[in-house]
Ligand binder design. Structure first.
Ligand SMILES: [Mn+2]
Length: 303
């Protein structure tokens, strides 16, 4: 049985049904029945190349309202998952770390109410706040990091509070397993080797048929999944700020996420860095469907 809301008053402002993930057909009518909290955070202050990920959460929600409610693979229907969607989180003028603190607080409130938190981004730095929130509750947290980039710099453009540094900061809160990497600096490469951290480079894993099982072997019992959408190949996911050739494919990602949901406890997740392209809705739909797949796999694994 899925953990239910243990009766904590749940007072965060929810998006109205028509604006929620999946629209009014899928959103919980009574917050007391929620098991999942989607947290849309329209923020992109430190993005290094193309900005626009602040439009990402709204685009994901819009596309989600056109998705089929049934997932044929798991037999799950969206309206049975208990999805509540928070109103878009307001931007804090105090800067990136004030936003990270705001995200952490929302993540902690979701967890305290017994809800599975999934953030829609927005820039990847925000993942730090969610990872801090779940790390406070988790037993030996593993951080499964899907990304084209290492995001492991000590500082970038004069600050450690940047997209380019987020996983370095997050590594204080759990053991990091990075997948899909194909762009990093020599310092990031050295830092990974010194710590002997597992990295699954995009160019390497396509020669290893069971790489998803290899990733799984590095994950502890409780896993946070952080997804920078640029982990996907830009042919499938062009709507990102810093595209890199040679990315992972849709079904490769699904195979990994399904396996993790079946064999580990997924305690939180995010889907970040959608930078919508006017006139090309396909990436918005990919991101929305990835969210649904994560939730359906997790739900199917926990019955
Ligand atoms: Mn990236």
């Amino acid at each position: 049985m899925t953990a239910r809301n243990p009766g904590h008053p749940f007072s965060l402002p929810l998006a109205a049904g028509a604006a929620a993930f999946g629209g009014s057909a899928a959103a919980v009518r009574d917050p007391k029945n929620a098991r999942i909290l989607l947290i849309p955070v329209p923020y992109d202050a430190t993005t290094t190349y193309l900005s626009g990920t602040r439009q990402g959460p709204a685009a994901i929600l819009r596309a989600s309202q056109q998705l089929e409610l049934f997932d044929e693979e798991t037999g799950r229907e969206m309206q049975d998952l208990g999805i509540a969607t928070l109103d878009e989180v307001e931007v804090d003028a105090g800067g990136p770390m004030a936003m990270v603190a705001r995200v952490r607080s929302l993540g902690e409130q979701a967890l305290a109410a017994g809800l599975f938190p999934l953030m829609l981004g927005g820039e990847h730095l925000l993942s730090l706040g969610m990872i801090q929130a779940v790390a406070g509750k988790a037993d030996r947290l593993s951080i499964l990091h899907l990304d084209a980039h290492g995001d492991l710099r000590e500082t970038y453009q004069g600050t450690p509070y940047s997209n380019a540094c987020v996983m370095r900061l997050a590594s204080d809160y759990g053991s990091l397993v990075s997948v899909g990497i194909r762009a990093l600096s020599v310092e990031e490469h050295r830092w990974l080797r010194e710590r002997n951290l597992p990295v699954f480079y995009a160019g390497d894993i396509r020669r290893r048929p069971d790489w998803q099982e290899e990733v799984l072997a590095h994950l502890g019992p409780e896993v946070y999944l952080t997804t920078d959408l640029d982990v996907l190949d830009p042919a499938e996911m062009p709507a990102v700020g810093t595209p890199e050739p040679g990315g992972l494919h849709w079904y490769e990602i699904l195979d990994l996420v399904r396996l993790v949901c079946q064999r580990r406890h997924l305690v939180g997740a995010d889907v970040m860095e959608l930078c919508p392209q006017p006139g090309n809705p396909a990436p918005d739909f990919l991101a929305a469907k990835l969210v649904f797949k994560i939730l359906a796999y997790r739900s199917a694994a926990r019955i």
